[in-house]
Every structure is written in C-alpha cells, then in structure tokens.
Design a protein. Sequence first.
Length: 173
Amino acid sequence: MNSNTTSRKHVRRTVLIAGLVAAAALPVGLTASAQASVTAPVKVSAVAAPSVSGTNGEAVTRVADFYGAYIDAKGDYEDPDGALATALRKHYLNTEFAQRLAAWEEDNGTDGVLRAQNVPARWKVTDNGAVGNGHEVIVTMTYGSGATTQKIKLFVLLERYDHIVDIETTSAR
C-alpha cells in the first residue's frame, strides 16, 4: 500500500482537471464542427493513474505499508491520529526496538520513525537485500519543496518474522 496522499491528491486533481477541460471543450468542438464544413476530432489525453503492488510477507512491501500508514496518521494536519500512529508502531516494531526508539526520541526531541519533527512531502521505499537473518529496506524521504528540499535516507532492518528491529541513517551491511 502506498499512502502518499499528497501524490495521490495531485494525480486525482490532474485527472479531474483534464476531465473538466475535456468536458468543457467537447461542446465547443461540437459547435465549431457544426458550423464548419469539415469536422475536426477533439483529442483528450488522460494522465495514467499510478499503480502500487506488493507481496504478502515481502520486506519492502511491509516497510512501505508501515511508512505509508504512519505518515498518513501523523501528517493529517487537520486531524492527526496519534492513536493510530501508536498502534502502527506497536504492530510493526519489535518490542525491544520500540523501547530503544522511545529513548532515542526522548534524547533527540524528534520522531524516531521519521527522524524529523514533521512528515515528508514524498518518500520512496527500496529493497536493500538480506542482512544476516534479517532484511534491510531503504526509506528515502524528501522534506520541503522546490529549491528547499532535503532528503533523508533511513535504513530499516526487519527480523525474519517481519518486525522492524532497527532504523538507522547508515546501512547494517
């Protein structure tokens, strides 16, 4: 599940605008063609909707599901859902790591899952392969927009039972 709502809203908005332009242009095109002796076809191109796929039990899918839902829960500025963010952490994070992460957050005064105080504008999740008995996934988050963007790359380590056991800014490889 890719829950990058900003991107989805942008795509939906683009498709909606393209549809409205086409709907407005169609009567104009029909009127013009009725008045002219030669009819010209009206071309309408739609923006293809992005697709996301995943596989049950796949590390990269699991991390993408977690980060997508977590960012949605934290990033709804009108009504952030702290209870959902907490429940997601409980479900996806190994208990021992959750305790270490809470201590890290206390020391650093920021969200340990995101390594920031706010939510990213965009994120990308990439498989980085097996590490010992676990699996490492890279989460690249982009904060800001335009010329003022900043990227943070996190290395998320999953145990073989699919719980996140570490989030670092350097690879375990």
